[in-house]
Design a protein around this ligand. Sequence first.
Ligand SMILES: [Zn+2]
Length: 167
Amino acid sequence: MKCRNCGKENKEDALFCMDCGHDLREDRDFSKTEIINKGHSYYEEDDTKIVKNNSFKDNSMGLKQKGLVFGLVVVGLIVFSLIFNFGFSKYKYSKLETSANANLEAKNYKEAREKFSQLYEKSSDKKYLDEINKIDKMLETKDLLNKANKKYEERDYETSLANLKEI
Ligand SMILES: [Zn+2]
């Protein structure tokens, strides 16, 4: 039992230091905590050993691991490019759709029809076909109105009325 005050070695069961009279019971309590702390650090050391062992294993399987990492990178790249392509085509679609709708709003029916038919070709989505049909109907209506107007101007009221009835 080493005295914490002066460093003198005393008997293990001594209550006071032979040299300086320091209370060794306090030291005993202190050294108990030290043992607990040591125990803790022992485990820490153990962890380091485990890590070291693993890194040793890693080195011995270097080639296998490289293959695995390479495989993962390839799979990752494939997944990434799929997601990227999907996102990009979606972006392209939405750009085309925005343009189609803008043309529709601006009453550029022919432009809008062209964009919607491109969208339908690419996506086979029926909603684009509906838009195309709507535009065709509108173009037809416009055409009939023009005819009716023309006939009206020509004072051919009967044909003009017939055209308007067709709408
Ligand atoms: Zn002492």
